[in-house]
Design a protein around this ligand. Structure first.
Ligand code: GLA
Length: 392
């Protein structure tokens, strides 16, 4: 679904459910990270673009002081007093509870809210659905609060909320792209300096295609937090070997890798190698995009997948199958898993006139191998999150 019908459906649903139209609506896009995985929490580089799939919220302040929340994707509805959520509330509702309490404490959000959340991003598909959900809610609550947060501080604020209420130590990649994306551009982010640069997407006659493995990416219970812990211990040990001036793993150069062998365990060494080489690949991809050099871009994507599979050990049988099958198709310039790994999606960079034959070959092959349909679709770049008042 494109954004306008998603917004209309959410607005109508709000009216049907609560009897009155919403006062505020917000949207935030999902993302396709062209390159730079697990670099954000290591002070590295990434090159994401927002995609034309979104989370949407419709909100109205409630004098009752209570929260009434409906998630259209799950067809679930709950009502509770902020801070007194009933036992067993699902993560999406728990997150709303946390966000309301936090906006109350930090920005003076009065009362409660009626809220409907909706999305055409598959949940847990590795396309930044959680961040899109969190950012769209934060933007709406922000408008209802008398005190405001600076836009530049919002990605970290949303990341911290997600970390507290979703029980996962993610970085700030997904929130940053959701808030600073622009259609027809990728965003080169440097997580040490905090600088962001829009890079024109010169994907000459090429198309990005997403393929969902349909194994939900369970970040909290997966190896994601474990990878974060390996990086933390790798940094402590690397400082002993290379000096206290190391701010993060991205300060380590390729030439210094051999010096780390003595002091780091194999997991930590692989993490460092991934971060160092992934940062290099981000720059290769950014330069290739600017030049419209799709062949170089494609081979950097293939190398990035190999690193996620071998060094990070974050791939799965299904993701590897999809990536390898995609890479062997005529017209496919590169493919890799996207996001944190451990399930979720991958994407291919494809010559545009091969899209139809690629989709049909991939679907047939996946069905034969895993006896299940493959959600596969082209994505295009999109603009950043936004929030607006509803006049009805
Ligand atoms: C998830 C996290 C991000 C980032 C990616 C991997 O999407 O939310 O912060 O770490 O994984 O690049």
């Amino acid at each position: 679904m494109s954004l306008p019908p998603l917004v209309s459906a959410t607005r109508q649903f709000f009216k049907d459910t609560y009897g009155v139209p919403p006062v505020i609506m917000g949207q935030a896009p999902g993302r396709l990270n062209i390159c730079g995985e697990h670099t954000d929490y290591n002070g590295g580089l990434a090159l994401p673009m927002a995609i034309d799939r979104h989370a949407v919220v419709a909100v109205k302040p409630a004098d009752s002081g209570r929260i009434r929340a409906y998630a259209m994707a799950f067809d679930e509805q709950f009502e509770w007093l902020p801070g007194h959520a009933p036992e067993g509330l699902p993560p999406w509702a728990n997150y709303i509870d946390g966000a309301v309490l936090q906006f109350r404490d930090d920005f003076g959000l009065p009362g409660g809210i009626d809220i409907v959340v909706n999305s055409d991003l598959s949940i847990g598909s590795g396309l930044g659905s959680s961040a899109a959900f969190g950012v769209s809610i934060a933007l709406a609550l922000q408008i209802l609060s008398p005190r405001k947060i600076k836009l530049a501080e919002l990605p970290t604020y949303c990341q911290q909320m997600e970390n507290s209420y979703m029980m996962v130590e993610t970085g700030v990649l997904d929130q940053t792209i959701a808030l600073f994306a622009r259609k027809n551009y990728a965003l080169r982010i440097d997580f040490t300096s905090g600088t962001r640069a829009l890079e024109p997407l010169r994907c000459k006659n090429c198309q990005f295609i997403v393929m969902e493995s349909t194994e939900p990416r369970q970040l909290a219970t997966s190896g994601y937090n474990e990878r974060v812990a390996w990086c933390q211990s790798a940094l402590i040990k690397s400082r002993k070997l290379l000096g206290d001036q190391l701010k993060n793993l991205s300060d380590i150069s390729r030439g210094q890798l051999p010096q780390l062998k003595a002091g780091l365990n194999p997991h930590e060494l692989s993490m460092v190698r991934h971060v160092v080489t992934e940062n290099e690949r981000v720059d290769i991809c950014a330069r290739a995009l600017v030049k419209g050099d799709m062949v170089t871009l494609g081979s950097a994507l293939n190398a990035a997948h190999a690193s996620m599979r071998d060094d990070l050990e974050a791939s799965t049988e299904r993701l590897d199958y999809l990536v390898e099958t995609a890479q062997s198709q005529v017209g496919c310039l590169g493919a890799r898993l996207v996001g944190g790994g451990f399930g979720g999606s991958c994407f291919a960079l494809l010559e545009r006139d091969r899209v139809e034959s690629f989709i049909s070959a991939m679907s047939d092959s996946y069905k034969k191998k895993f006896a299940t349909e493959l959600p596969i679709y082209p994505v295009t770049s999109d603009d950043a999150a936004s929030v607006w008042r509803v006049y009805d």
